[in-house]
Design a protein around this ligand. Structure first.
Ligand code: HEM
Length: 362
């Protein structure tokens, strides 16, 4: 099924100099009505970190832990009713809506919002501090300044706004569940491994915003990577696997200051990031911007100083080599650690075995 198509698409992407767009979808075009509603939901430019649809919450109180959502109007247990308890099927509907929107909204970057959704889920979760139990994906506090204005989060408004129409369509889901579900959906829709996911996150207010400086700084070295990811509770192997997400997307000069994609297929999840790290010669780019590296062969790709640190450090390099050699091993270990990342700091009442596996769109 999909995997054959994805392999073919990856093979094509590798052998092609054409910049790839997201793969086509089985979804039909949405109705005009849905499109108009989407545009209305999407238009809130003056967000500046505050929820642009706070009004949705006026009549909604979210019950703790178990994922029961109580509405003020309605009387039965259906959607929009008083005691609506979403099931796996309801979350699959949210997944499908995200996948459909990903397939339709191709006029962005390299043709997909997928990479920036993966980044939103990671930055929402990667603020976790295992010592204090603060931060993590529970809260979606990046809706608010100051967290939305932290330098590391520049550009993530694109991802948050992309998800607003989905939130409007499924008002019962918390932002924190929605953002992480979108991260899982984006990995799967871009040809990556299955990312099992479970609900249970609650949104918190501005007082739960984390201090600046909890996310990694790309200009730093291996010690910084270990400090930052160690604080979240990850080991060397997990740190390297997570950084493989840089197979997706690109850096933007107006966001981080860095510039360019890591590989030739930035909308397809692959182990290319590791292969290129090992196989290419990387030299410092001569330009009027922050120190970054460029491939000797085409001078069109880039690596951040922290990416290069993964091959400079012997312990990290062992894992880079393993992932460069074996895509299946990378997919499996990435899936395990991305699931762990998206669950940091969440007081689940459900068990790990109860995670949902969502169907991909084709
Ligand atoms: C040492 C660790 C890391 C550093 C220093 C780092 C830094 C960066 C920087 C500077 C960018 C460019 C942002 C822009 O200009 O738009 C970026 C993009 C990205 N990062 Fe990371 N990152 C790290 C780890 C991760 C992890 C763990 C993930 C996910 C599991 C991830 C996923 C992504 C994705 C998907 C993009 C592309 C976003 C887009 O295309 O808009 N990164 N990262």
């Amino acid at each position: 099924m999909a995997s054959a198509a994805r392999s073919a698409s990856r093979a094509f992407l590798r052998s092609s100099s054409i910049r790839p767009a997201v793969r086509s979808s089985r979804f039909a075009l949405p109705s005009q009505g849905f499109r108009a509603a989407s545009r209305r939901g999407y238009a809130s430019e003056a967000n500046s970190g505050k929820s642009s649809n706070t009004f949705l919450w006026a009549g909604i109180a979210v019950a703790g832990g178990a994922g029961a959502y109580f509405y003020l109007q309605g009387s039965d247990a259906g959607v929009g009713s008083k005691n609506f308890v979403p099931t796996k099927e309801d979350y699959q509907k949210v997944y499908n809506a995200i996948a459909e929107r990903l397939a339709n909204e191709t006029d962005y970057d390299d043709g997909s919002y997928g990479p920036v959704l993966v980044r939103l889920a990671w930055h929402a979760s990667g603020t976790y501090d295992k010592e204090t139990g603060t931060g993590g994906s529970n809260g979606a506090t990046m809706r608010f300044a100051p967290e939305s204005d932290h330098g590391a989060n520049a550009g993530l408004k694109h991802a948050r706004d992309f998800l607003e129409p989905i939130k409007a369509q499924f008002p019962w889901i918390t932002y924190s569940d929605l953002w992480t579900l979108a991260g899982s959906a984006a990995i799967q829709e871009l040809g990556g491994p299955t990312i099992p996911w479970r609900p249970g996150r609650q949104d918190r207010d501005v007082s739960a915003c984390t201090p600046d400086g909890r996310l990694p700084d790309a200009s730093k070295d291996h010690r910084h990577i270990r400090d930052i990811f160690g604080r979240m509770g990850f080991n060397d192997q997990e740190m390297v696997a997570l950084c493989g997400a840089h197979a997706l997307g690109r850096a933007h000069t107006d966001r981080s200051g860095f510039d360019g994609p890591w590989d030739f297929s930035p909308t397809v999840f692959t182990n290319e990031f590791f292969k290129l790290l090992v196989d290419e010669k990387w030299q410092q780019r001569k330009w009027n911007g922050p120190t970054q590296f460029t491939d000797k062969t085409t001078k069109t790709l880039m690596m951040l100083p922290t990416d290069i640190a993964l091959v400079k450090d012997k312990e990290f390099k062992k894992h880079v080599d393993r992932y460069a050699k074996d895509s299946d091993v990378f997919f499996k270990e990435f899936a395990d650690v991305y699931v762990k990342l998206l669950e940091l700091g969440v007081p689940f009442t459900s068990k790990a075995e109860d995670r949902y596996v969502f169907k991909t769109s084709e």
